[in-house]
Design a protein around this ligand. Structure first.
Ligand code: UD1
Length: 350
């Protein structure tokens, strides 16, 4: 069997780390394609290196752009690769523009598309990631769901064929990499064990509107007077803060460029809490038994919120939710048993 996998944005590279190793074990021929959606060293190369992922066979070098521009460019270049390599199936991950482009190319060429992280749904329906998820799921032949809720979401949309509840590859990665997490990293930033908040922020609905971003940063600035905030900043957010002239609200934060997986997980493990609008980090906080305040109106990872462990917040409720007392007990085993990669590869072979 011959597979083409497409990655491009940071979270997909992380997921590929598990799948590529399982494919190797099963002796499945994998051609790895990087769309180049993320291209800064700290957003891309660093993950290939620290997670020991093979060098991509193709780099499409697409970079940033408007949605149509980016998706279209990836489709044009990826179609050429697929026509040349003639795979039996195409593997796409998550919900980015790279995912959508890969799925559309496969569907149009009548090559089965396998979607890892299928069935995740969240409001608002018009957020770019939600559009990417819905379209990708509807043109995929194999749908690998990370949660039981994801299976039900697909059922509601009439998708029942080729659907498998396999768990979350990010949990596999967490379990495998745990011994390598950088447990001393917090000291390098002058942080104290268990006493700081890890913050990430990058969603368009949070950072692309000046008023909204200002309100969020104001609330965070207030929080930072009570608890130290470690802010690892996405390039999109960095640009917006500077464009909107909002730097004054970040003076109290401990700032950092984007950091690699092992370092971030080490920092989360020694934190007090996490605040994020990242789908991946809200789960990683849960894996590390840390509370997470999710800065979103809704989340695709509802199980953690419904259990009372994670909480949704907005700019008005953030201060109170972060600093209030926590209740609720830790919900175990929401995302499989850490053998998701193995299950996916077994199903692919069948
Ligand atoms: C993308 C995904 C999102 C995912 C996130 C993880 C889409 C629609 N969104 O969002 O699902 O959670 O990746 O990070 O695909 N930039 C750089 N250097 C880079 C990458 C980006 O400077 O290496 C800047 C550029 O200004 C770019 C902006 O960040 O325009 C946004 O990047 P983009 O890939 O469009 O979306 P993300 O916000 O990263």
């Amino acid at each position: 069997m011959r597979l083409v996998s497409l990655v491009g944005a940071r979270p997909q590279i992380i997921k590929e780390a598990i799948i590529c190793k399982e494919l190797q074990k099963a002796k499945i021929d994998e051609i790895l394609v990087n769309s180049g959606q993320h291209y800064d060293r700290n957003m891309s190369d660093i993950f290939f290196e620290t997670l020991d992922i093979k060098v991509p066979d193709y780099n499409l070098g697409v970079g940033s752009g408007l949605h149509g521009e980016m998706t279209g460019k990836i489709m044009i270049e990826f179609e050429r690769v697929v026509l040349k390599e003639k795979p039996d199936a195409i593997l796409v991950y998550g919900d980015t523009n790279t995912t959508l482009a890969g799925a559309l190319v496969g569907a149009k060429l009548k090559i089965p598309v396998a979607h890892v992280e299928a069935g995740i749904r969240q409001e608002p329906k018009d957020m770019p990631e939600e559009i990417n998820r819905v379209v990708t799921d509807h043109v995929s032949s194999l749908l690998f769901c990370p949660s039981e809720l994801a299976v039900r979401n697909l059922e509601r949309e009439g998708i029942t064929k080729g659907v498998y509840f396999v768990g979350d590859v990010m949990y596999d990665l967490y379990k495998i990499m745990e011994p390598k997490f950088e447990d001393e990293a917090y000291k390098e930033y002058g942080l104290e064990d268990g006493k700081y908040i890890v913050l990430t922020l990058h969603r368009d609905f949070n950072v692309d509107n000046k008023e909204k971003l200002e309100k969020i940063l104001k609330a965070l600035d207030e929080i930072s007077k009570k608890k130290v905030i470690f802010f690892t900043i996405h390039p999109r957010t960095k640009k917006r803060i500077s464009e909107f002239g909002l730097e004054k609200y970040t003076n109290n934060f401990v700032m950092s460029e984007p950091i690699d997986y092992l370092r971030l997980m080490g920092l989360v493990r020694h934190s007090w809490k996490v605040i994020t609008d990242s789908g991946g980090l809200q789960k990683e906080a849960y894996f590390g038994k840390k509370r997470c305040i999710v800065l979103m109106p809704d989340t695709g990872w509802r199980e953690i919120v419904d259990s009372g462990w994670n909480e949704l917040a907005n700019e008005d409720t953030l201060f109170e939710k972060v600093l209030s007392e926590d209740d609720g007990t830790y919900p175990e085993n929401l995302y499989g048993d850490g053998r998701t990669g193995e299950k996916i590869v077994q199903i692919l072979m069948q």
